[in-house]
Design a binder for this molecule. Structure first.
Ligand SMILES: O=C(O)CCC(=O)C(=O)O
Length: 261
């Protein structure tokens, strides 16, 4: 259970629904990230799910209050850290990874499972960062065609500071750039799951935030859930597409606040 200081705000939850990701940088000691990176550098083979046994310091990421706060906010108080996890080591000289979704390509409104990507070192553009496309989590996406797509307007390379954890919706489109550096790029992927539907918000919810009027002029600057969920358009999609997406967002929000849809 997290202390309430580290729970997300209404704005952050609404932005997660819209963009499909939320990043945190817990104040982990520099030596901890360095120790983890060194241990990963030295591993001869990938232990799969046993990566946390090989590098026990990784457990400190999972219990950090900032991480627990984000997970509680988005997956409920009884969230589960799943046993599957994976060390993604991108070797120097390795190529890009095609766009894909890890989830089942559903246009549904549930936030019941997502990924946490932890980076123990700073990640530069040359090191083969993960690249995500905000707002793609609600889009049907034929995997065979996605693999042929190149750069997509709005894509974001996760060039992050050491210790960053990026929580990403299970259906968010992602891939990687090539590693053009001479160092190994490390990322540990964790999976988290909701075990119970919310009966009320599990973040720092302020009921007043829902009483704002809709104002199209606020669309890019909105900080309240009503305007974020209604107008944000990170991919710049057409009106008919946006209309469908908006409906899913509002249903998702209602589900999270415990309206049981
Ligand atoms: O190595 C990465 O940055 C991305 C890995 C990935 O795409 C995945 O785990 O599905």
């Amino acid at each position: 259970m997290s202390d309430t200081n580290h729970l997300l705000t209404d704005t952050e939850v609404a932005n997660f629904i819209v963009n499909g990701y939320h990043m945190v940088t817990p104040d982990l000691p520099r030596e901890l990230n360095e120790r983890i990176a060194q241990k990963l550098d030295d591993l001869d083979e990938n232990p799969g799910d046993a990566i946390t046994e090989s590098v026990p310091d990784l457990n400190q990421i999972l219990v950090h209050p900032v991480v627990v706060g984000a997970l509680t906010s988005l997956l409920g108080k009884e969230y589960e850290v799943q046993s599957h996890r994976h060390w993604h080591c991108k070797l120097p000289g390795s190529g890009f990874m095609s766009w894909h979704q890890d989830g089942t390509n559903n246009r549904d409104h549930y936030i019941n499972r997502f990924l946490g990507l932890y980076y123990p070192t700073d990640i530069t553009p040359e090191m083969g960062p993960t690249v995500i496309v905000p707002g793609t989590q609600f889009r049907n996406a034929p995997s065979d065609r996605m693999a042929t797509y190149t750069n997509i307007r709005g894509q974001i390379p996760l060039t992050v500071k050491a210790g960053t954890v990026a929580f990403t919706h299970y259906d968010l489109w992602h891939g990687t750039s090539a590693n053009r550096s001479n160092v190994k790029r490390h990322m540990i992927k964790f999976l988290f799951r909701r075990t119970a539907d919310n009966v009320s918000p599990t973040w720092r919810h302020e009921p007043d935030s829902l009483s704002r009027d809709r104002d199209w002029n606020l669309r890019d600057q909105a900080t309240d859930p009503v305007n974020i969920l209604t107008f944000a358009n990170p991919l710049g999609v057409s009106q008919s597409d946006h209309y469908k997406e908006r409906t899913i967002r509002h249903t998702c929000w209602n589900h999270l606040v415990g309206k049981g849809v």
